[in-house]
Write a protein that binds this ligand. Structure first.
Ligand code: SF4
Length: 322
């Protein structure tokens, strides 16, 4: 499996697509640049869309009478309703979308770290939360990957995001065919990936595909989709990867000699204790797949979940980085 369906990703326009920030600048993000050949980006700037212009006086989120409002202190304008209307119209208009990359900390696009102030007047922030557009995205698309460019500097978050958008895009394209055999193939080729992500959902998805209840194809796809999102919701634990390694090794148990088996078991132990990256184990399994012509294993998205050009082991330094 090496043909990747390009995911459709809505992105904050100021992340390298236009000089639309309040100060007339743009932000070049290295990861976004690398994604460009592999992703269909849909850039949007909520603040420009509601007519604030470039450059513009900054806006901020304030907590007023226990309600969040979006205001422009310099002009004493409240743009909350305009922004809400835009969010609703824009998000409703989206037909195909597999994920979002939004600008961190923005009062519009932020998904976590936007500052919330007590008043329009000069004051210190009282807490942090999501911006107006970010909130609307999170509410409207609770099942899709939504990240900001800051969080995507973390290796684990970036890996999780990439795996999700490419898997969801591939499912979307499979679903369009409305053919059962394509869904069966999708489930088979993602077997190891789903096992790593969520064993319980993986089994449920297997039962849905088996379709003993003889449901219609569209019903099967819709039901499967719900569980696909649930399966991909959380980053796998490293112990789940070890279970997949053991399972994959079972494919070669009668073909490997004692030394090869113990070498791999030692490698897994190193991975378990954080002394070797995931890649060292997957590369050995891949090499066995090539050596013994195990097409089923080589076709597993687990080994190749997104275009290799996007692999980057750099990390912001928060948490286990593999
Ligand atoms: S953060 Fe969002 S609203 Fe602000 S400039 Fe960037 S795209 Fe526009």
């Amino acid at each position: 499996m090496s043909d990747f369906v390009k995911p459709w990703v809505v992105i904050s326009k100021c992340l390298g697509f236009a000089r639309c920030r309040w100060n007339g600048l743009t932000i070049q993000d290295e990861f976004v640049e690398r994604l460009k050949p592999h992703v269909e980006f849909m850039p949007v700037c909520a603040e420009v869309e509601i007519g604030l212009g470039v450059p513009r006086d900054p806006i901020r989120v304030i907590l007023s009478n226990e309600e969040l409002r979006l205001v422009q202190p310099a002009t004493k304008t409240d743009v909350t309703n305009k922004m809400r209307k835009f969010c609703n119209t824009f998000l409703t208009s989206l037909d195909e979308v597999d994920g979002f990359i939004l600008k961190s900390r923005s009062p519009s696009c932020g998904i976590k770290e936007a500052k919330i102030y007590p008043t329009m007047e000069k004051s210190a922030a009282i807490r942090k939360g999501s911006g107006f557009f970010g909130t609307a995205v999170l509410e409207r698309f609770p099942n899709l990957p939504v990240e900001d460019e800051g969080r995507l500097r973390n290796f684990i978050i970036r890996e999780h995001f990439l795996k999700r958008i490419f898997t969801i895009a591939r499912f979307r394209s499979t679903k369009k065919t409305q053919k059962m055999k394509n869904l069966v193939q999708f489930q088979a080729e993602n077997k190891f990936l789903f096992m790593a992500y969520n064993q319980k959902e993986f089994r449920v998805m297997g039962r849905i595909v088996a379709n003993h209840e003889k449901r219609s194809v569209s019903e099967v796809y819709d039901n499967y989709e719900v569980h696909l999102y649930a399966a991909l919701a959380k980053t796998p634990r490293y112990t789940s990867y070890i279970n997949v390694f053991m399972h994959a090794m079972g494919h070669f148990s009668d073909k490997l000699n004692k030394q090869e088996k113990s070498f791999f078991l030692e490698l897994m132990e190193k991975y378990r204790s954080g002394k070797a990256p995931l890649r060292s184990d997957t590369d050995v399994l891949m090499s066995w797949g090539v050596r013994f012509g195990e097409k089923y294993l080589l076709d597993q998205t687990f080994f190749n979940p997104y275009p290799e050009e996007l692999l980057d082991i750099s990390d912001s330094g928060k948490g286990r980085d593999y």
